[in-house]
Design a protein around this ligand. Structure first.
Ligand SMILES: Cc1cc2nc3c(=O)[nH]c(=O)nc-3n(C[C@H](O)[C@H](O)[C@H](O)COP(=O)(O)OP(=O)(O)OC[C@H]3O[C@@H](n4cnc5c(N)ncnc54)[C@H](O)[C@@H]3O)c2cc1C
Length: 454
């Protein structure tokens, strides 16, 4: 008899678990609240412009092996465009341009050389940062319990390179300000980025994000899996030797194991009250979220040749040139020759700002920096209040593992213990870890030969 597993949530973590388990012959049912897969990575039609847009620009890196594995299975990997090597253009509010270019040599040598040639920063600042990065990559520097800001102070990193390199890196990689972000986690990111020649090169989707993940339904059905959409799991039912999920319509589904692949706040709602005081789950209440604001602007002209640009000293942090990055209908391109996404990460302090004021302020910054006279034809603001969890030093040490003390209950999700920030790769890796824990559990308990009926 095949083992049966229920996965709650069809985000990247749930999909990664589903693929792993289904490929190992497990009978998997995925239950998803919404009508589509992808979770916090999705696209929708903007009714004002008739253009498909994403809930926020997603950047990837060559090191995203677990996430790319999903796309390879779904045959959508070709929808990504990769840089040959890490290249990041920056522009500041006074229109000064600089380029972090790692193309001279492969891997970390190229990156460190690129840093040395990075303009607008003093030579001493570059040398101190190169030293710190080498020490982080070789585990030669103490990070435990420190925020990134504290790590920089302890290692005498000057202000110019903090503003122009460390702050943008931390916001992009962790969706957190250097004052909040755990230094150890940033060190882990750097190690992953520089493990091989091209693992630091950035990638983005040429198609709307939902296209990357949409074939999951057909693929999963073909392999014998089942996905139930528009169905909310209300509560977990935990009995001795038995685990079930209770749906909104009060139907109860039972399985040999359940993987909860939903965000921490959603998991707290389905975990029965009496378990909230378990030592293992106690830190759940300490999790907090960091926001991302994405502003989609439609313009009467294209403003830059770059696919994306980091902005320094402005409220706007990143400018993505959607007309370069993403394919669109000819008629839409003719109507709106320019199309940008402006991104502000770590945005909790300004998340309640009035939308139009924010757009006008940021568009002005962009026009000034790029010396453009483009006119704004339409805009849309997307505020993701719970974009990612806050990975601060204290938090990092208490992230919940995929295996829980409750028999047959497993966790996945970008917030679980992966050693990575809340990213597509962190989510995919957590899903793989959860699936491996389930398989090990079945192996260890194979003599109990029980298979549950749904
Ligand atoms: C605006 C924005 C920009 C981002 N940019 C980047 C980036 O550039 N690079 C990067 O790597 N990452 C980025 N991220 C982070 C990345 O999107 C997330 O880390 C990842 O998608 C999380 O996946 P997940 O599967 O852990 O959770 P989720 O995507 O949240 O999936 C959980 C799923 O569970 C479902 N669900 C919840 N509760 C229930 C329930 N009770 N019953 C049934 N179903 C339920 C939800 O509907 C959802 O589909 C960004 C995120 C946002 C929001």
């Amino acid at each position: 008899m095949k083992k049966k597993v229920i996965i709650i949530g069809a985000g990247i973590a749930g999909i990664a678990s589903a693929i792993e388990l289904a490929q190992k012959g497990v009978e998997v049912t995925v239950i998803e609240r919404r009508a589509f897969p992808g979770g916090r990575m999705y696209s929708f039609m903007d009714n004002d412009t008739d253009e498909l847009i994403d809930n926020g620009q997603h950047l990837m890196a060559g090191a995203y092996i677990h996430f790319f594995n999903i796309l390879k299975n779904l045959n959508t990997f070709h929808l990504l465009e990769f840089q040959k090597s890490l290249k990041v253009p920056f522009i500041d509010k006074d229109c000064n341009k600089s380029l972090l270019d790692s193309s001279a040599f492969p891997g970390k040598a190229g990156f460190l050389y690129g840093l040395l040639r990075f303009s607008g920063i003093s030579f001493n600042s570059k040398i101190s940062t190169i030293k710190l990065i080498r020490n982080l990559l070789n585990d030669n520097v103490e990070c435990e319990g420190l925020t990134v800001a504290q790590l920089l102070v302890v290692n005498h990193i000057p202000k110019d390179i903090t503003e122009r390199f460390w702050e943008p890196l931390c916001l992009a990689a962790m969706n957190l300000n250097i004052k909040d972000a755990a230094a150890q986690l940033l060190a882990n990111v750097l190690k992953r980025l520089f493990q091989k020649g091209r693992t630091s090169a950035l990638a983005f989707s040429k198609a709307p994000l939902s296209n990357l993940i949409e074939p999951f339904n057909k693929w999963f059905l073909n392999i014998g899996g089942k996905v139930i959409y528009k169905t909310n799991v209300k509560e977990l039912q935990i009995e001795e030797n038995r685990i079930s999920v209770i749906l909104d319509n009060n139907d109860i589904l039972t399985a040999d194991a359940v993987i909860s692949a939903i965000p921490y706040h959603a998991f707290m709602k389905i975990l029965p009250e009496k378990y909230h005081d378990y030592l293992f789950f106690k830190t759940l209440k300490d999790y907090k979220s960091s926001s991302i604001i994405s502003m989609y602007l439609w313009l009467d002209k294209n403003i830059s040749e770059n696919n994306f640009t980091g902005m320094i000293g402005t409220k706007t942090q990143w400018v993505f040139n959607r007309r370069n990055i993403c394919e669109a209908d000819k008629s839409i391109i003719e109507k709106y020759p320019g199309h940008l996404t402006l991104t502000i990460s770590g945005a909790n302090d300004i998340i309640d700002s009035e939308q139009e004021t924010l757009v006008m302020e940021c568009f002005k910054e962009v026009k000034t920096a790029f010396k453009s006279d483009a006119n704004l034809l339409a805009w849309k603001v997307i505020k993701e209040k719970r974009a990612t969890f806050i990975a601060s030093p204290g938090m990092e040490e208490t992230r919940l593992s995929q295996q829980t003390p409750i028999d047959k209950l497993f966790l996945a999700g970008d917030w679980t213990a992966t050693g990575l920030p809340a990213t597509l790769e962190g989510a995919a890796f957590s899903g793989v870890l959860a699936a491996e824990s389930v398989i090990n559990y079945f192996e260890e308990n194979k003599n109990n030969n029980m298979t549950t009926k749904y």
